[in-house]
Design a protein around this ligand. Structure first.
Ligand SMILES: *Cc1c(COP(=O)(O)O)cnc(C)c1O
Length: 495
């Protein structure tokens, strides 16, 4: 029988039977568990061997006839999944890593199967409250005051975008905002600048201030820039600070910036997409003291809460500011709430129809408790200290920034060679480290100096892989001739 001649009175092919559902999920599970069981041994970057011809060979016409799900999954898991960067590996320390707790995959299976509508609370009041509990936990982790709130979104970029729009509306309402000025450091994530453009600001509205030697935003420079802009008739209205920059994990001086923002009547936004969840730990809380004074904070549970991609959060001190920026009604929509204890996500955020993201966070948090996350994050901070120390003790290498959170940035030692030569050497060293496929690092430019970054965020990264990393660095130094082969390899116990 083909899919077209199913019984017209029956459920039809799209309504899978219980056994079809079970075998589909089982078929997926067998392959997922197979993959995860060997995740530590898989190459870090399967994209390296992919040719343009191979990609062209993957083009497909619209399918008109049914295919066997087992064969489809085999194609996916054998041909496609391995041919990518592998950000769930314990050796992945590039960019800001993912990780991807399996709990979230189970949560998505449930969310997508029950497919409740979370945009408007009157039609999903119970699950709405579950997602708001998650938001309240996040507010509590950061120490935001009573009454703070927010929403879950796709990631840090959209969280930053909504924060900028909320700040703009808070200051200008419906008025012309062409005199508005936004302040950020040269270490701010590029999505802040992108958000500002989407929010209607030209690059002329952006003041990108040079960061200090520790890659932090300097309050004195900010104060002077604000003063200058006021003198020329502009309207300073927003400062965005970083709580954990992508380049080095630097935390801007949040207390001082909060003071300055208050005295200058600026909206104080903190981009904590990478760093924010370290507030679960004592060290993180100390490093980010002052974050609780922000008007808005962007977070990325898909980074430092170890969730798979697709979950970000925006928290604000006063949810009404989000409502002013995003609220909109229509006759075809269910009624919105005016009860202050209830909340329609579509009133606070750009989305109307949205996935039920809350369960991805709720399930692992409830299953394990916050302490387990705190412990894992503390471990990442410890591992970064160990890498930092090993680099500091290696005469062939030079630390380029203090490792405040879990990113360590370094270069080959400055032996008086020209900057370009030094940058070339560091880049070669990074290539040689990655060559082994046991770890994957990426680089950046820090005030013109090429830096290798070690970003420890994957929950699977433990001490054993950091030892591998240090051995790989030493091997690569030998391979590139940047260190004498007789030089002792750095170990975690050195010093
Ligand atoms: C990753 C990151 C972002 C962007 O978040 P996405 O989830 O990639 O959209 C913004 N700011 C910082 C500091 C980041 O590390």
């Amino acid at each position: 029988m083909t899919e077209a001649d199913h019984n017209p009175g029956g459920p039809g092919p799209l309504e899978l039977s219980e056994s079809e559902m079970t075998s589909l999920v089982n078929a997926a599970m067998v392959r997922i568990t197979g993959l995860l069981a060997t995740v530590a041994d898989q190459p870090l970057d399967g994209s390296l061997e992919v040719s343009p011809e191979f990609i062209r060979g993957l083009r497909e016409p619209l399918p008109e006839s049914p295919e066997d799900p087992e064969a489809l999954l085999d194609h996916l898991f054998q041909e496609l999944v391995p041919r990518n960067l592998n950000p769930i590996s314990p050796g992945f320390m590039g960019y800001i890593p993912g990780g991807g707790l399996f709990h979230a995959a189970a949560a998505d299976l449930i969310s997508n199967s029950v497919n409740r509508y979370l945009g408007v609370t009157s039609v999903s009041p119970a699950l709405n409250q579950l997602e708001r509990n998650v938001i309240q936990w996040f507010c509590q982790i950061l120490g935001l005051p009573e009454g703070a709130g927010g929403f879950l979104t796709t990631g840090g970029s959209l969280a930053n975008l909504s924060a900028l729009v909320a700040a703009r509306v808070a200051r200008f309402g419906d008025d012309d905002f062409s005199s508005g000025v936004i302040y950020l450091s040269d270490q701010a994530h590029n999505c802040v600048e992108k958000s500002a453009r989407i929010a209607g600001f030209s690059t002329r509205a952006m003041r990108t201030l040079p960061s200090d030697g520790n890659f932090r935003l300097c309050p004195d420079k900010l104060r002077r820039a604000i003063q200058q802009d006021r003198e020329t008739g502009l309207t300073p209205f927003l400062v965005t600070a970083s709580a954990g920059t992508t380049n080095t994990g630097a935390v801007d001086p949040l207390e001082e910036l909060a003071d300055l923002a208050r005295s200058e009547n600026l909206w104080f936004h903190v981009d904590a997409a990478y760093g924010g969840f370290f507030c679960l730990t004592e060290r993180g809380k100390r490093a980010m003291a002052g974050i609780e004074r922000a008007d808005s904070v962007a977070l990325d549970p898909h980074k430092t809460l170890f969730l798979p991609y697709g979950t970000g959060a925006l928290l604000v001190r006063a949810p009404d500011t989000l409502r002013r920026a995003h609220s909109s009604t229509a006759d075809y929509l269910p009624a919105m709430q005016d009860d202050p204890d209830l909340l329609d996500f579509c009133e606070l955020s750009p989305e109307l129809t949205r996935p039920f993201r809350g369960l991805r966070v709720w399930l692992p948090m409830k299953m394990h408790g916050a302490g387990v996350f705190r412990h894992y994050l503390d471990e990442k901070l410890d591992l970064a200290r160990q890498v930092e120390q090993a680099v500091a003790e290696n005469p062939a290498l030079e630390l380029l920034a203090e490792a405040e959170l879990s990113v360590v940035a370094f270069a080959v030692t400055d032996r008086g060679q020209a900057l370009q030569q030094r940058n070339r050497e560091t880049e070669q060293l990074m290539g040689a480290i990655n060559q082994g496929q046991k770890v994957k690092l990426t680089g950046t430019l820090l005030h013109g100096v090429f830096a290798i970054r070690v970003a420890i965020v994957v929950f699977r990264t433990h001490r054993d892989r950091i030892e591998v990393l240090l051995r790989e660095i030493q091997r690569a130094l030998g391979d590139t001739g940047l260190a004498r082969p007789d030089q002792a390899a750095p170990t975690l116990d050195s010093g």
